[in-house]
Design a protein around this ligand. Structure first.
Ligand SMILES: Nc1nc2c(ncn2[C@@H]2O[C@H](COP(=O)(O)OP(=O)(O)OP(=O)(O)O)[C@@H](O)[C@H]2O)c(=O)[nH]1
Ligand SMILES: [Mg+2]
Length: 241
């Protein structure tokens, strides 16, 4: 019997020089990774955090930086995550099923107009969220491409470093800068944060700029991610008894 012709293998990741090209077109990787994103649930307290076998990718950043808009851009949907021109709107952890991973939209930090009590509550929610870091495959730390990282941004990255949680910095609102200025800012921000330029991806929820580069990053993250073995800890405890 004649052998079926084997399909020509395509490279798993697009080449770096293709970053930013064909933005707006859905890449093959995108189709493989992201399937009809849906809202799962909102969690106000740690008890309500979901347990999932899928890798969790968390989106964090200061209030109004564009977390919810970024999620909508990635999902290719206008109203999956609620956006607002009023900062500090997302006070819950919102979970979305993206097919091969779960995306968690974390409450924004650094908003001046909230009470001290509320700030403490937010900090506690974030801390509790990252306590179960086993299931967190990666963090997308969003920062404004137009400005220097804030003290809160730096603290957030220090927190992730401390807990050895891998992250990538995404610069938002890239459409508000010229290409030259964007490049300049991206370099300066990366240097400021002691990161390599590859750990910083410029994005725009308005134009879709950077979407393919983010999808590529997620593909890399998922390819090395190993599911935590739920129940393993309990089994271990029983053995020790
Ligand atoms: N021009 C431009 N505006 C953006 C972009 N991303 C977000 N915005 C605007 O910035 C504002 C805040 O966006 P959100 O996505 O709600 O920000 P957020 O980080 O989710 O805010 P909180 O949930 O309040 O912490 C909205 O008015 C968006 O339209 C972008 O890439 N380009
Ligand atoms: Mg939001």
């Amino acid at each position: 019997m004649a052998k079926k012709p084997t399909e020509q293998k395509k490279p798993l990741y697009p080449r770096k020089e293709n970053y930013g090209k064909n933005e707006g077109q859905v890449s093959e990787e995108y189709r493989l990774l992201i399937k009809s994103p849906t809202f799962i649930t909102s969690a106000a307290t740690a008890k309500q955090f979901i347990k999932t076998k899928k890798p969790v990718i968390a989106v964090c950043g200061k209030s109004n930086v564009g977390k919810s808009s970024f999620i909508n851009m990635l999902a290719g949907q206008k109203r999956l995550a609620k956006t607002s021109s009023e900062p500090g709107r997302t006070r819950l952890v919102n979970y979305f099923d993206f097919g091969s991973f779960v995306l968690a939209d974390l409450p924004g930090y650094g908003f001046a107009r909230v009470s001290k009590m509320e700030k403490i509550k937010w900090a506690k929610t974030l801390e509790e969220f990252f306590e179960n870091k086993q299931g967190i495959a990666h963090v997308l730390a969003l920062m404004d491409s137009r400005h220097d990282p804030t003290e809160d941004d730096v603290q957030m990255l220090e927190f992730l470093h401390f807990h050895t949680i891998p992250f990538t910095v995404l610069l938002t609102k890239a459409d508000k800068l010229s290409k030259m200025k964007l490049k300049e800012n991206a370099k300066a921000i990366a240097a400021d944060l002691y990161l390599g330029i590859d750990d910083v991806i410029a994005t725009s929820s308005e134009t879709g700029y950077g979407k393919n580069a983010v999808v590529e990053k997620i593909a890399q993250v998922l390819s090395v991610w190993q599911a935590p073995q739920f129940g393993e800890a309990e089994e271990q405890e029983q053995i020790e008894e």
